[in-house]
Ligand binder design. Structure first.
Ligand code: FES
Length: 217
């Protein structure tokens, strides 16, 4: 496949023609925060609004997961406008997330912790009023638990289950603040059509889906 050359944060990199800026950056060791993107998804979901970058010649920041690389493109992942938007998106997410790292099995590997450190945002930020959902934990699966209070609604688990595996045990229900990941008919996951492969757990960037016994432990 034809490649293009572009500059990301002052570094010249090569990327396949048609690739999105997000993957070109990550593949070349430049970190851009993201929660909803999956490299094998045919179209970006672009729902988390964390992957803002600035591109020379564009008047506004753009999302790296939707922007296609171009020959000679100059990308800045640390521009003030891009960082401001990413920080606001993260702080809004944190305002409706339980953020209890001490008791979270994903602590240390949670993408929220990594993104907060990258953006210089405190996980216990008070910028927006905290509104928690207080939803019940689902431990009905023999393999994993699902805590909707730790879910960031990135949709990765839904996409993996439906598009990659063709099962479709999970989906979004409701809108706005009440939006959440659930099963058809809102059944406990262990009673739904889940086949227990655990790929949704692996795809989860936070502690919302966690193995009961970590593989290899
Ligand atoms: S990764 Fe771009 S909007 Fe989520």
């Amino acid at each position: 496949m034809k490649t293009v050359s572009l500059i990301i944060d002052g570094k010249e990199v090569k990327a396949s023609q048609g690739e999105k800026v997000l993957w070109a950056a990550l593949d070349n060791g430049v970190y851009i925060p993201s929660l909803c993107a999956l490299s094998d998804a045919s179209a970006p979901d672009a729902s988390c609004r964390l992957c803002w970058v600035e591109i020379k010649g564009k008047s506004q920041p753009v999302t790296a997961c939707t922007e296609t690389v171009e020959e000679g493109m100059v990308v800045n992942t640390r521009g003030a406008g891009a960082l401001r938007l990413a920080r606001a998106a993260l702080e809004l997410l944190l305002a409706s997330n339980v953020v209890d790292c001490v008791h979270c099995p994903a602590s240390g590997s949670c993408e929220l912790q990594k993104i907060a450190a990258h953006l210089g945002v405190k996980l216990k930020t008070k910028r927006f009023r905290k509104i928690l959902r207080n939803l019940p934990l689902d431990s009905s699966s023999p393999l994993f638990t699902y805590d909707p209070n730790r879910c960031v609604l990135c949709g990765r688990c839904i996409w993996v289950c439906r598009e990659r595996l063709g099962i479709g045990a999970l989906g979004f229900a409701h809108r706005g603040f009440n939006r959440r990941v659930t099963t058809f008919g809102d059944e406990p996951i262990g009673e739904a059509r889940c086949e227990g492969c655990g790929d949704c757990v692996t795809a989860c960037p936070t502690g919302a889906l966690c193995f009961k016994d970590k593989p290899g432990s």
